[in-house]
Design a protein around this ligand. Structure first.
Ligand code: SAH
Ligand code: SF4
Ligand code: F3S
Length: 443
């Protein structure tokens, strides 16, 4: 066993952007304790698997990943399982995989250093509390940031869609405070961030009081961020249709730094299925929001999530999903086969859809989405747009950045990561664009 405090660590995050954000905060926390981040899993004294519980496959993968942490010489690192599987399975994890030393839930990871110390003494180290006082106040200041930053402003979900584990793994909806968010945004900008993506399981349900005691929504927060010098782009995800307020729609017309992109999952194109999913909105509500958002910001890119094969989904109901995709015309979208999750109401519903039928539906849906994605990308070929350079590409001198519509662009340039450049788009595929630098931004 591990009877020592680790000197090096490696954090590996799975799942959504909120997990990526939590992974970055855990990294900073362990660094503040004097440990060093190691890029090599095989060399780290402590490995933190920051897990996702959203679909069955994701969970199975975690257990196989844990097994692979055993090294050729028979040794192994100290192993911590964090994230949503930790919250959902708790003590079951060390029972199923006894080489796991630490289990820590998504609302308790500020206590990771104490848990590491316990595990170092060979004591059981499990913490899946959801403390009333937020972990955010306990975490060390931000220390590192690239040009595009994530900032979690809202956690948890009260919507209880019948297929979903998130309300159980992340707990009730909680909004972080106005000034804590703005302070963190300023810190990220000082560290080099030019783009901030506000995150939440239902980010547009965020609400809080500003300095003057006025109740604000996410649109007010976007307006406050818009005033911060050095910040150039604001994004947010994921949004729920029921929380898409008039104010937020108006912000898309008025807030200069708010990017023309909206990720608004609908899940299904059929009202009966939406009802069985407990989605609290109908198809016409969704289409009405899309119309109003497009009226406010005509060039906005719309993204979505879909589930095929929800229990009881008939052929004709699946066809309705294809119809809504046709009607909306997505810039990009994610689609998933329904995965029964333990403890959720849908897992016990009759008429689970057979796997082959789900495969067939998924293929048809993805073919349609890919075609729309390609058309959306092709429509920008020959135009000039700003690109925020985020990372090195595979080829020497090649950098990869994003357009305002969240498309990836590859280009050869003498500019550096973090620069905002004007790019002429030369060609487009379904997942990325190629471009050439037009001129370097004077800023
Ligand atoms: N809060 C966000 C989504 C979070 S989960 C929202 O409501 O939009 C991300 C996506 O995973 C969901 O939008 C849904 O499409 C998918 N998902 C969630 N639970 C699932 C399940 N049991 N099986 C398949 N896909 C699921
Ligand atoms: Fe899950 Fe629904 Fe909440 Fe999204 S809104 S996190 S899909 S329960
Ligand atoms: Fe997965 Fe948890 Fe995010 S279940 S999608 S990591 S909130």
């Amino acid at each position: 066993m591990n009877s020592q405090i680790p000197k090096t660590f490696h954090v590996k995050s799975f799942g959504c952007q909120m997990n990526v954000y939590d992974g970055a905060r855990m990294t900073e926390l362990l660094e503040a304790e004097g440990m060093k981040a190691s890029a090599d899993v095989g060399a780290a004294d402590l490995v933190v698997l920051n897990t996702c519980h959203i679909r069955e496959r994701a969970v199975d993968k975690i257990y196989s990943d844990i097994g692979r942490l055993r090294r050729d010489d028979g040794s192994r690192p100290m192993i911590a399982v964090a994230g949503c599987v930790a919250q959902a399975e708790g003590g079951e994890i060390p029972r199923r995989a006894p080489i796991v030393d630490i289990v820590v839930g998504p609302q308790a990871y500020h206590r990771l250093p104490e848990l590491v110390a316990k595990a170092g003494r060979g004591e059981p180290a499990l913490d899946t509390d959801m403390p009333i006082e937020s972990k955010f106040g306990e975490l060390p200041a931000r220390r590192r940031q690239g040009p595009s930053a994530f900032l979690t402003i809202q956690e948890g979900c009260d919507k209880f869609c019948t297929y979903c584990v998130v309300p159980y793994t992340r707990g009730a909806e909680v909004s972080r405070g106005w000034s804590a968010i703005l302070d963190e945004a300023r810190a990220l900008i000082d560290l080099g961030a030019k783009e901030i993506t506000l995150l939440g399981q239902n980010v547009n349900a965020w609400t809080g009081e500003d300095e003057a005691g006025r109740i604000q929504g996410m649109d007010g927060l976007a307006r406050a961020l818009d005033r911060l010098n050095g910040l150039e782009r604001i994004r947010y995800m994921t949004s729920h249709p029921s929380d898409m307020t008039d104010g937020l729609i108006r912000a898309h017309a008025e807030v200069e730094k708010l990017m023309p992109f909206l990720h608004l999952p609908v899940q299904s194109g059929n009202d009966r299925v939406l009802k069985a999913m407990n989605r609290s909105h109908a198809i016409h509500d969704y289409l009405d929001i899309i119309d109003r958002v497009r009226a406010a910001r005509p060039d906005i890119a719309i993204s979505g999530d879909f589930i095929v094969g929800f229990p009881g989904e008939k052929d004709s109901e699946f066809e309705d999903t294809l119809k809504i995709v046709e009607a909306v015309n997505y810039a990009q979208a994610y689609s998933f086969k329904y995965s029964p999750r333990p403890g959720t109401p849908a897992a016990d519903m009759d008429e689970q859809v057979p796997a082959e039928l789900m495969d067939e539906r998924l293929q048809r849906l993805q073919a349609l989405i890919n075609q729309q994605q390609l058309e959306f990308n092709q429509a920008i070929v020959g135009r000039r747009t700003s690109v925020l350079l985020e990372r090195q590409g595979k080829k020497p001198g090649q950098l990869i950045g994003k357009t305002p519509w969240l498309q990836s662009v590859h280009l050869e340039t003498t500019a550096v990561v973090g620069d905002m450049v004007e790019v002429e788009i030369l060609s487009a595929g379904p997942n990325s664009l190629a471009g050439a630098e037009f001129m370097k931004d004077a800023a």
